[in-house]
Ligand binder design. Structure first.
Ligand code: MD3
Ligand code: FE
Length: 211
């Protein structure tokens, strides 16, 4: 398995969270090409929060469900509300890579049914939040970073807990589970720059088990 050839550095981030630096370097170009196909079928869009704010991050999804937000709330929806059609299929490359990363962190049989794709341009940020719309918090979330670097904000279990700053680079994969699963987290405003693969963008893929 490809996983067995990966000998890159791993950094434990705290209870249940593991950073795999460069775990997605080799498949990065294929991942990016798949994101472009997904975005051709389900374009990136700026969702509105229940409070009425337009998110600065542009999002799309693939898999059996997609994460969506509107004035009615946050939810996982089997249909893309923009088109009324199912989300694009999860490419086998995606699900396989996420499962191998989860395995490496000690979470066997991670079968994600959603990949939420976030697109950041310079100035885009994601304010501190928890991911709690999924059905089973015993399932981890796996994130893959592509393109421009970002500063990840890693808080605690209370919104008011001081957040640690952690740089995330192209190819980095993080597995968030166990006691870290419900920690507040976010992304600081993206800095200007250009990346050979993605241009003036950062893409983040998060793999989730919605139901
Ligand atoms: C820690 N995305 O989509 S990925 C998100 O880079 C999200 O786009 C960020 O937060 C991004 O919800 C951060 C890292 C991440 C994702 C989910 C987590 C960290 C997490 C869930 C629980 C704890
Ligand atoms: Fe999140």
């Amino acid at each position: 398995m490809m996983n067995d050839l990966f000998a890159g550095p791993t950094e434990p981030l705290g209870d249940g969270a593991l950073l795999l630096r460069g775990f997605a370097d080799a498949p990065a170009a294929d991942l990016f090409a798949a994101v472009e196909r997904i975005a051709a079928a389900a374009p990136f869009r700026h969702l509105v929060t229940p409070g009425g704010f337009r998110m600065s991050v542009a999002m799309t999804n693939c898999g059996a469900y997609g994460w969506v937000s509107d004035r009615k709330g946050y939810r996982y929806d089997p249909l893309d509300p923009e088109s009324g059609r199912p989300w694009p299929d999860m490419p086998p490359l995606f699900a396989g890579l996420a499962a191998r990363a989860a395995e490496r962190a000690g979470y066997g049989n991670f079968a994600s049914d959603v990949c939420l794709v976030n697109c950041y341009t310079p100035g885009t940020r994601l304010t501190l939040h928890q991911d709690r719309d999924e059905g089973d918090f015993a399932q981890p979330i796996v994130s893959i970073s592509l393109g421009l670097p970002a500063t990840f904000l890693w808080g605690g279990l209370q919104r008011s807990d001081r957040a640690r700053r952690l740089p995330l680079f192209h190819g980095d994969v993080v597995v968030w589970g166990g006691p870290s699963r419900l920690r507040f987290h976010g992304i600081a405003p993206l800095k200007e720059g250009s990346h050979p693969l993605t241009g003036e963008r950062r893409l983040n893929l998060t793999f989730r088990r919605a139901r």
